[in-house]
Design a binder for this molecule. Sequence first.
Ligand SMILES: Cc1cc2nc3c(=O)[nH]c(=O)nc-3n(C[C@H](O)[C@H](O)[C@H](O)COP(=O)(O)OP(=O)(O)OC[C@H]3O[C@@H](n4cnc5c(N)ncnc54)[C@H](O)[C@@H]3O)c2cc1C
Length: 558
Amino acid sequence: MTTPGVAARPTIVTVDDDPGVSRAVARDLRRRYGERYHIVRAESADSALEALRELKLRGQLVAVILADYRMPQMNGIEFLESAMDIHPRARRALLTAYADTGAAIDAINLVDVDYYLLKPWDPPEEKLYPVVDSMLESWKTADQKPVPEIKVVGHRWSARSSEVREFLARNQVPYRWFPLDQKEGQRLLEAAGADPDKLPLVITPDGEVLIEPSDRALADKVGLATSPQRDFYDLIVIGGGPAGLGAAVYGASEGLRTVLVERSATGGQAGQSSRIENYLGFPDGVSGAQLTDRARRQAAKFGAEVLTTREVTALEANGSARTVRFADGTAIDAHAVILATGVTYRQLTAPGLAELTGRGIYYGSALTEASGCSGEDVYIVGGANSAGQAAVYLSRHARSVTILVRGRSLTSSMSHYLIQQIEGIPTVTVRTCTEVTEAHGGDHLEQLTLWDSNRGVAEKIDAQRLFVFIGAAPLTGWLDGAVRRDSHGFVIAGPDLMDDGELPRGWPLDRPPYHLESSVPGVFVAGDVRSESAKRVASAVGEGALAVMLVHRYLERL
Ligand SMILES: Cc1cc2nc3c(=O)[nH]c(=O)nc-3n(C[C@H](O)[C@H](O)[C@H](O)COP(=O)(O)OP(=O)(O)OC[C@H]3O[C@@H](n4cnc5c(N)ncnc54)[C@H](O)[C@@H]3O)c2cc1C
């Protein structure tokens, strides 16, 4: 068998168990079609099917399949039936000897074979090419588009499938999604010979199949850096949100050997925001993904190393070196570290919510969406002050606002003044004992299923917008014993560390901590993870830049 090769051209596949005939057909096909089509020849049905599967995985189109009728493993009709399962749009022809004409005619009637060709086909100009021309013509009239990019095959509502898609999207890697409930998804699964219980599959442009890949395996395949190039840096930035990216841009552009370490994809919370309206210089708003992708490229342009899918799990001070340890036990060192790990908004996990996040479902500070709510009925999940403030704010725009709370009342979770304020707004309603159990919609949120635990009933309601305020946490447990944090886990820095005007306890230097410096000299903090920070993109970027300036000051005195 000749291998499929990497061909952007559509393919013509021919199979005949007689090597002489097989070579002759391929030669004649190549002579006339070789420039425009890739010709693949096989000498057995099995190897032809293997080639067809490989072409499928590479996203290459098969235009025509020519199969000999009499083959030992399976006859040409059986072969063409299997071939159709993989490439249903390819045109199909049987090569038959005169004695088999009857069987060939039956095949055309019984199974969907387009033509039969009598052997020998000499001269090809009269007997082979007109038939192949006509098959190519009818194949071309159908809408055929190759899929050369990464393919993701999975169950529509599988969390891991959606995580994989989100990971690729957040890293700006183009991919095509094939849910298993569609025929093409089934065909790719079959071509990969994969187990439907082990999904998602990720198929690379050169046909390699990754089964249930981890983010790190994906990152390696799509060319994202995951391993540091050196052991020692001037500056390690932990976290790839706006603060970390800002620090990496300023650090690298000012000549510091800088590495940024991100546990998932760069962009942070901002990368998940569909439109940031209040970032300086973008009067028409900018998508968070676009803004942070530009920042990532800018950092890389200045020479910062940007590592993704690497979670930092420990920070140590070893003399003047600061050691950063990864989840796999490996470590890198630097003169200085900037902590920019932000916060993680707690997410609702009910089906459909992940897919519709940013498309009608918003977390945390997505109140920039408020102006778009005019005349709409909007829903809020959460019983704390942030949910109450959002309800008051949104009621200025929306036709109605409904707060959904799991508990029996708001009194234990929301401030009294806010409850009173809410009670005074006729368009705000509170539904207690209520949970969102599913979100529905196509390209945006259309409906929610609510479960009323008091009455024991589920109800489907129309909803275009759902704002979720169930808390955000800095996830800094790994810094236990390393740097000082407040009671909510946010890192305390600068003047906030001072004890009644005295140097902080345990502070080893005779100067006070610099403005964004943590309780460990040379370890700085920027963005949302800092105690009392502003929780805004602009302030995170600004703190990233300021932290780098303070790193320079620290290094000068080292
Ligand atoms: C949906 C949404 C919309 C928003 N809209 C706006 C807006 O319109 N305007 C505005 O000003 N602000 C907005 N915000 C807030 C803004 O996005 C944040 O204030 C900003 O992203 C904070 O930046 P950061 O770099 O400090 O942290 P983050 O953006 O939280 O980034 C922190 C990064 O650190 C990584 N990380 C965490 N722990 C580790 C670890 N141990 N190892 C390695 N990496 C780690 C995380 O994966 C993350 O990528 C919005 C937030 C959300 C969620």
